[in-house]
Design a protein around this ligand. Structure first.
Ligand code: TXA
Ligand code: MG
Length: 358
């Protein structure tokens, strides 16, 4: 299949033409990758089970991992799900924006979208091109991240091309994604609000701005225990993984830096993700030092993380190391993605005495 590539260029007439064409592809059962404020999505008509099936085939996604349904307006939720007062409280504060809410589904939503679950995940993206695409399609759009299953999520059109060229009908290039990690996912049922996936909208923000208490699912911070049933099917899959094994390091800055230098000196094909302030203290082939931004700038780390993992692969890395981020506030999203990209490989380095074995 020939994949058409369109730039969203800011010229209103040209963008409208591209989005109208993309909307027609969705409405007639095709697949379009499109930018959102979080990551690129791979969209199909959410009401068409056959079209949705093509998403699973293009990504190689397990059929038991449900998709998020994207709306252009919050009011479209009523047709798809049994909404609750908590949903509207969250929507009033954070939609359109990087948050997804799980509700009991109505029968119009095909089982293929929700992986046979009785709930559906709804999100109203903040990116204007994403919303206009949904309007032009005239239907809600089911969309996972537009990467091959298991790989880091795409935050540029180039990442989508790498994974999806020849497999889908169209890619809309809207530049780099503003947030860089996927939306916050919460479940809003009679038991209250549970955070299933952290994102740019934090549990603290939801609590402060809606007055609703939020509990954080265990699996956000830790590995699922054997036989533990995940609250969200996506929790159980290998995710965000670069080709080379990633290991995270915790400990004092100086101890972590000397450990990193030791690895870089031992292996020319070792890549390190690090903060700008630390790069000057490391010596290695330039392409093996991949910058995450200034140390304090968590938003920038989030924007760059998936791209950085792809860069390490492109540089031919055999092993990748990165500092373990904090699990507080906004950094929890980054922490959650990185521990999973690292398959929970974390080394605690004692101060003054860098660990020797990996
Ligand atoms: O930012 C985002 O959310 C991006 C953009 C494209 O909107 N989408 C995205 O989709 O990250 P995906 O499919 O890569 O991740 C959706 C997550 C998965 O972990 C899935 O298991 C979970 O949401 N999910 C979807 N529907 C669910 C449901 N009914 N119950 C529990 N978890 C659900
Ligand atoms: Mg994904």
């Amino acid at each position: 299949m020939q994949t058409i590539l369109y730039q969203i260029c800011g010229n209103a007439a040209a963008d409208r033409r591209a989005l109208t064409e993309a909307g027609k592809i969705i409405a007639t059962g095709g697949l379009v990758a499109f930018p959102t404020e979080t990551v690129y999505g791979l969209g199909a008509n959410a009401l068409d089970a056959v079209a949705v099936g093509k998403i699973f085939a293009a990504k190689g996604r397990p059929g038991d991992n449900p998709l998020i349904v994207h709306l252009s307006e919050v009011s479209e939720a009523e047709a798809l799900a049994y909404t609750t007062p908590a949903f509207y409280k969250i929507a009033a504060q954070f939609m359109p924006g990087p948050i997804t809410v799980i509700l009991k589904k109505k029968s119009v939503v095909p089982d293929a979208v929700t992986a046979q679950m009785d709930t559906v995940a709804l999100r109203c993206p903040g990116h204007p091109a994403a919303r206009m695409l949904i309007q032009q399609a005239g239907v809600p759009i089911a969309a996972p991240s537009a990467n091959c299953s298991g790989k880091p999520s795409p935050t540029t059109a180039a990442h989508v091309i790498d994974d999806m060229d020849g497999r889908i009908d169209m890619i809309l290039d809207g530049g780099s994604c503003e947030v860089g990690v996927e939306s916050t996912v919460v479940k809003a049922d009679e038991t209250g609000i549970t955070l299933l996936r952290p994102g740019a909208v934090t549990a603290e923000m939801i609590q402060a701005q809606t007055g609703l208490a939020v509990s954080v699912a265990e699996a956000v911070m830790h590995e699922l225990k054997q036989d533990e049933k995940p609250l969200s099917p996506g929790m159980k899959y290998r995710h965000y993984a670069p080709k080379a094994p990633l290991t995270l390091l915790s400990g004092e800055d100086s101890a972590v830096l000397s450990y990193l230098q030791e690895r870089l000196s031992a292996n020319k094909k070792c890549a390190v993700l690090c903060y700008e302030e630390d790069a000057a203290h490391l010596s290695a082939n330039e392409q093996m030092i991949i910058l995450l931004g200034k140390k304090y700038d968590i938003e920038e780390h989030s924007r760059r993380i998936f791209s950085a993992l792809r860069e390490a692969d492109a540089a031919g890395a055999e092993e990748i190391y990165a500092p373990l981020p904090s699990a507080e506030g906004l950094s929890l999203a980054l922490y959650n993605r990185m521990i999973r990209a690292a398959a929970h490989r974390i080394i605690a380095i004692p101060a003054g005495a860098p660990a020797k074995n990996v």
